[in-house]
Write a protein that binds this ligand. Structure first.
Ligand SMILES: Cc1ncc(COP(=O)(O)O)c(C=O)c1O
Length: 370
């Protein structure tokens, strides 16, 4: 047993999602200052932290608005006073379009679209409701997810938006999520440049058609240092940079091979509940407490320990070399491999400063997947 581990947040019940408020503020300030220095607007994505409080910190730091993936996230943000949102995934079908219009009555709402029928449906609903919705045409810049293919299609859809008379052409989105966590900077950089070249094919067609594109949006935490160099995007939408995770921390941030200048405020606090063998401790955090889609979490400050999933509610901490140094009742902090899917498991962040829990920040958009 190490005394430091036994003493970890004794007043906090486990498993708990912990957040270092100082580091959160540092991460927010760092990316904002770099975007400001590059003259690029920051519209952070809330899909990772899902917290209106953190969104407020981002807005106070200088963000121009927020991005959400789901209407449910946007509804939470609007209910908590946020008034400028981009929904970065298509909103399809009248069930959802009605909710979108409801949001548009209270806030400035933009939504991504990549389909003519969807644009027609949005236009007739917006016209009937007398609500202004901004449309951002999505171009598939290489991820193979949503978006029209690079080339003339974006301009064709933009014409439909403009000629509808009921919608506003707000911009173009090109997001390459498949590259964000590419560990080698050189490889990621080549990929991001290729993605921006694909976006440029659509932008050139829009220019030729005489269509003004107010905003060119995209980018994530991993592409951020490349995006600000390339200067093709006029708005950036990183999300994970606030909380970070073990996967992002392991990526290179520069051609020189340095890691991200962002700290790691997010951890899962777990307690040792059993000590079955000399080199193994069982903690009260399994698949229901820390996500596994990007691999196992790391044990904070203990590179000599390995985490293994041991069920829905259990994890095993195994000593790889030397002593385990853990007894029943001790605490460990786990660094999730993927922040988005781990945060979505919790109702609240236990926020701490200087080693003491000081506040609860609700994760109001947790589970809002509709
Ligand atoms: C469209 C879009 N933009 C931005 C982001 C933010 O990326 P990250 O959390 O890696 O910064 C995501 C994340 O999945 C996304 O889907």
């Amino acid at each position: 047993m190490t005394p430091a581990m036994q003493a970890l947040f004794p007043d906090v019940d486990t498993p708990a999602l912990m957040l270092d408020s100082t580091q959160v503020r540092k991460n927010i300030a760092l990316l904002q200052s770099r975007a400001d220095a590059a003259g690029i607007r920051l519209r952070p994505h809330v899909k990772a932290h899902k917290s209106s409080h953190i969104a407020r910190l981002q807005m106070e730091a200088g963000a121009v608005g927020l991005c959400c993936t789901k209407l449910g996230e946007a509804e939470v943000m609007v209910a908590n006073g946020h008034r400028d949102l981009l929904i970065t995934s298509p909103v399809v079908g009248m069930l959802k379009i009605e909710r979108l219009l409801q949001l548009g009555r209270a806030a400035s709402i933009q939504v991504v679209a990549d389909d003519e029928l969807n644009i027609r449906e949005l236009a007739s609903a917006a016209r009937a409701a007398g609500v202004d919705i901004g449309i951002v045409i999505e171009v598939d810049v290489g991820q193979g997810r949503c978006g029209v293919q690079p080339g003339p299609r974006a301009a064709e859809l933009a014409r439909h938006v403009i000629s509808s008379g009921a919608l506003t052409l707000a911009g173009v989105q090109g997001y390459q999520g498949g590259l964000q966590c590419t560990p080698l900077f050189s490889e990621r950089s080549i990929g991001v440049r290729a993605a921006m070249d694909r976006l440029a094919m659509s932008l050139e067609e829009l220019r030729r058609a005489g269509i003004t594109v107010p905003v060119i949006t995209g980018g994530g935490t991993g592409s951020f240092p490349i995006d600000i160099e390339l200067h093709q995007l006029t708005e950036l939408q990183p999300g994970s940079y606030v909380t970070m995770d073990a996967t992002y921390t392991a990526t290179e941030w520069s051609a020189a091979g340095s890691g991200p200048p962002l700290g790691q405020p997010l951890t899962v606090l777990a307690s040792v509940v059993s000590r079955p063998t000399r080199d193994k401790a069982i903690v009260d955090a399994g698949w229901k407490a820390v996500s596994s889609d990007a691999g196992v979490p790391r044990v904070k400050d203990r590179p000599d320990l390995r985490f293994e999933f041991a069920g829905d509610e259990h994890g095993a901490i195994v000593a790889m070399t030397g002593k385990l140094g853990l007894n029943v009742g001790d605490r460990v902090e786990l660094i999730p491999s993927h922040c988005d899917t781990t945060v979505n498991l919790y109702d609240k962040f236990v926020v701490h400063h200087a080693g003491r829990a000081e506040a609860i920040w609700p994760i109001e958009a947790r589970g809002k997947s509709q």
